[in-house]
Write a protein that binds this ligand. Sequence first.
Ligand SMILES: Cc1cc2nc3c(=O)[nH]c(=O)nc-3n(C[C@H](O)[C@H](O)[C@H](O)COP(=O)(O)OP(=O)(O)OC[C@H]3O[C@@H](n4cnc5c(N)ncnc54)[C@H](O)[C@@H]3O)c2cc1C
Length: 454
Amino acid sequence: MARMSRRSPSPGRPPVVLICGGGIGGLVAALCLDRAGLHPVVFEAARQIRPLGVGINLLPHAVRILTALDLGPALASAGIATADLRYYTRRGEPIWAEPRGIDAGYRWPQYSVHRGELQMLLLDAVRTRLGPDRVHTGHALASFETTASGVEATFTDRTSGNTVANVHGDLLIGADGIHSVVRAHHYPDEREPVFSGRLLWRGVTEADPFLTGRSMIMAGHANQKFVAYPIGPGSSGRMRINWIAERCVSDPSNRGRSSGAETDATPVVRDWNRTVDPSHFLPWFEDWRFPWLDVPALIRGAGAVYEFPMSDRDPVARWSFGRTTLLGDAAHPMYPVGSNGASQAILDALALANALRHAEPGSDLADALTSYEAARLGPTSQIVLANRQQGPEAVMQMVEERAPDGFKHLSDVISDAELADTARHYKRLAGFDPDALNRQGDTLFPETDVDADA
Ligand SMILES: Cc1cc2nc3c(=O)[nH]c(=O)nc-3n(C[C@H](O)[C@H](O)[C@H](O)COP(=O)(O)OP(=O)(O)OC[C@H]3O[C@@H](n4cnc5c(N)ncnc54)[C@H](O)[C@@H]3O)c2cc1C
């Protein structure tokens, strides 16, 4: 590929923002920054963006932002509006149930959606609205230098190793995921992501609808859990059910029933697309057959099963260094607990656009990145730490510890107040308390300001 060099527009033109990473966070950042009057350009390492991954959830605060970006109808047809969330013991006894999204009184739905389909929907929106030349695939950020006037970034093709572009921008955003090059540049001594001791196996299976047909369920406890929710219609009246089986393997007593090396306590391969044979973990879930869901049948029915070691990173003190900052998983990789990974990346994207929307190329750009960091680093660090304690799912572990052999009445084990408090506390922490969220407006930016596209 030809080597190219691009220069930033002269002063008076919108600041050029180099977004490294075309995942959920990077693409939503491009849409928000465009609305804020900046000139974002996305650089994605993959040569071709394909609909990879399995299911994720978008919480109402993130859906508010996507709706303000005029993506509401597209989301509604891509995903399933989650009606309720239910927790069960490993024997299928109910612990907690709460309505979700519109059913819970939010002004915006919660969606369960295929991650890759969401990414393609966002990619299409960026290419259509900003122009086809604003997303460069096959451009992996290799290195960058900050200068008085901006950032010089070098991109390579990961397959050939060749440099494909040297690009000048006013700002550089690291939206490059859990293995962020931008983060590693600023934190060269930071080691690999911290392994939780738990492995996740994920898949999508066509099966009959369960419970409301729009329910999200979690069964088990901290050492072994199963999560399932529909992400779209399947064939012949069935649904595409996303599922996640999880098992703690750092405790030696939890190992040994699997035939695979995947049960080693220190796996290092953190590749979202790594497939495994389900026989490695199926025995642990073989007797999880509930009247409303047959877990082993769901596992057996998946076309492909992906293994991922549940990992995060310790929160850092800074994301913004001069003209560069971090966003999404690059900034705050967290355990997939409480449905927050993609949602928090989307909240970052809007906060970044809010901080930058009055900025001109000049000294205040770095200050704007510091303001963005001030708005988002504290709240997201708290979620990273709360998710290490199981977030709202902690009630499942409480019940397991207090009544490992089952119970006659749940109220003998845990009170309604304790259950409700745990759920309420996490919603506040993660920014989706219904009353507070419903007071927010429908527009992207505060209504006292003029939207850049208005
Ligand atoms: C292929 C894939 C599959 C996933 N599947 C799931 C899933 O099934 N369930 C789930 O809960 N979460 C999944 N995730 C993670 C989830 O998407 C994120 O936790 C969340 O959406 C936050 O998004 P993000 O944009 O910050 O990070 P990511 O979604 O990880 O996106 C980061 C992007 O940056 C690109 N990139 C990486 N390095 C560079 C570089 N040096 N230069 C340029 N681009 C770079 C990556 O290719 C990727 O497209 C997946 C992530 C990926 C990349």
